[in-house]
Design a protein around this ligand. Sequence first.
Ligand code: DP6
Length: 324
Amino acid sequence: MSGHGRAVACANIALAKYWGKCDEGLNLPAVPSVSVTLDALVTETTVTVEPALAADALVLNEVPQDEASARKVSELLDLLHRGGPRARARVRSVNRFPSSSGLASSASGFAALAAAAARAYGLPRTPAELSALARRGSASAARSIFGGFVELPAGTPGDGSLAAHPLHPADWWDVRVVIAMVTRAPKDIASRDGMRRTTRTSPYWDAWLACAPGYARAVREAVARRDLQAVGEAMEASTCAMHASAWAAVPALRYIRGVTLEVLDRVESLRRRGVGAWATMDAGPHVKVLCAAADAATVGEALREGGGVVDLRVAKPGPGIEVL
Ligand code: DP6
């Protein structure tokens, strides 16, 4: 058979962080996470089934990738076929934002790949099945199948069906995430390796496991009441606990840089001026600031003041996967 599928997925930002796995083989998160899907960070992926190909071919942002880089794509296509035989495919993926820089390109990338591949191979899957499939590529990708506010529960070792589920649609709450990029350089340690090192060596791993579910619950409940301050405070606490557990790994995983701290100071001074703004960082140095829609321009200006921010984007809650 030969078919074609095209899908567009938005990245998402975790308001309560996923960090660490309870089952590496099935890529199951050790803690629950809650996210908001973001309209401004989009990946478009096309999958074309080509039986004549000897190996899957991956072109990422117009650059052909070697077989090693295409391996994670091939693995996902194998999983879609549940281990059965399949024809090879040509996969083209374009990120409309810098990839591999801590801006969640793997989340939108694997979500778009799962949906485009299911269409190309003529293997219809429910959103939950697509989410579980995308999760195998990157657990955060499980959340990008859905729009708006989304939860990915913690996994149970051995349970491969774990999927994210939507909590509220994108129009539930008109918040903004102001993304302050502080470098264009690629990040140095992939989240997967960082998580493994944290799990194996950090004395604070157990403390993270103990506190993360409480932050996820606090975020979920505060999103349900549209309580920005409560979401912001729980998000910052989740972020700091995640980064502290990683920082205490051996050798240390220090995703933040000096400029990250300067931007965090600017967020604090915004709050002192009465502007509701709260920050989060992922496996990279960029700062993402949650605020009300009406404050996004003020927040953006304040984050830029003093320099160090190389790019600024404002995102709002975005849609789930779109298959074209
Ligand atoms: C810090 O989903 O990229 O962004 O499952 O190993 O591919 P893998 O990890 P990934 O990790 C994201 C971690 C995070 C927090 C989050 O998005 O919840």
